[in-house]
Design a binder for this molecule. Structure first.
Ligand SMILES: O=c1[nH]c(=O)c2[nH]c(=O)[nH]c2[nH]1
Length: 303
């Protein structure tokens, strides 16, 4: 015997670019997004009885994403993701729950001779601004905003010593090393009851401010902290974001520790390239450390 215990479906990797043209100034802006919308509800029979009468075609889901991108604001992405999440539950009485992901890609305005160009942009990095929304009929909206794929590296100001030493340890302690990671930082909002609540919050500019703050705190702490470890540095980042952004309940970081090994070149004419003489390093693609944490407002540590 077996039974269906979970089911959701929809369209992933729906791509769109929206252009905003200001008639007064002639200045144009653009937003490129990749969207995923998954639906859940009374859809079991489509799996268990080949009953397509309960299926909203994923092609229609894709069409709806395009239509709502045209007819409603897509910025901030928290608002667009919430608009999509609530739409499908309002439109179809048998759909009770949605899972929406909106990835916003970077198109940063170009400068020409120090002046912002009115309609030209460049992709300055693979970093994305992401939003995940989970909506349940009568259950409110859970929003998670994030920065993903922000690559950073510092050549000093990072140490790692005092760790466990036993018969499995070969790593040397260091008081000066390269630190590099790809930031994945999530901030989770207090629950919003309705789409109207998300709209009013969006109108205050607080979603954009939180993204700016999270990015600023992450980069400033990365640069300025004389890091004792990835763990200690990420905890400082998370604490500061919670402290400075009301409405955020939890902050999570997931940071790969990308290693750069010293290369001993002494075999060639006694070249010195280790310790304080290290200049040429070997970047490692794998394995990498992976350090994660979740920091919550007003919560007693469960660890
Ligand atoms: O910042 C670090 N944290 C660790 O847990 C760890 N483990 C390791 O080998 N190097 C590092 N660096």
């Amino acid at each position: 015997m077996s039974s269906l215990t979970s089911a959701r479906y929809g369209k992933d990797n729906v791509r769109l670019l929206k252009v905003d043209r200001c008639p007064k100034t002639g200045i144009q802006t653009c937003t490129e997004m990749t969207v995923c919308v998954l639906l859940s509800g009374d859809i079991e029979t489509s799996y268990t009885k080949a009953d397509n009468s309960v299926v909203v075609a994923t092609d229609s889901t894709k069409n709806t994403i395009h239509i709502l991108a045209k007819t409603t604001p897509i910025n901030p992405p928290e608002l667009f993701a919430s608009t999509l999440a609530t739409h499908f539950v309002n439109q179809y009485s048998h759909i009770h729950e949605t899972f929406v992901k909106v990835i916003t890609h970077r198109w940063t305005r170009l400068d020409v001779d120090g002046k912002p160009h009115p309609h030209s942009f460049h992709r300055d990095g693979v970093e994305t601004r992401n939003v995940d929304v989970h909506y349940q009929r009568n259950g409110g909206l859970n929003l998670r905003s994030s920065i993903v794929g922000l690559h950073v590296l510092k050549t000093t100001g990072s140490q790692f010593h005092g760790f466990v030493r036993d018969e499995f340890t070969t790593l040397k302690e260091t008081w000066d090393r390269i630190l590099s990671t790809e930031v994945d930082a999530v901030w989770e909002w207090q629950k919003f009851r309705t789409l109207e609540d998300v709209k009013s919050f969006a109108a205050t500019g607080k979603f954009d401010k939180a993204w700016e703050l999270a990015r600023y705190v992450t980069l400033k702490t990365f640069c300025e902290d004389n890091s004792a470890s990835v763990q200690a540095t990420m905890y400082k980042m998370a604490q500061e974001i919670i402290e400075k952004a009301p409405g955020i309940e939890h902050v999570e970081y997931s940071l790969p520790n990308k290693h750069f090994f010293e290369i001993d070149l002494s075999w060639h004419k006694g070249l010195k390239n280790t310790g304080k003489d290290a200049e040429v390093y070997a970047p490692q693609s794998n394995p990498n450390g992976l350090i994660k944490c979740r920091v919550s407002r007003n919560a007693k540590s469960k660890l």
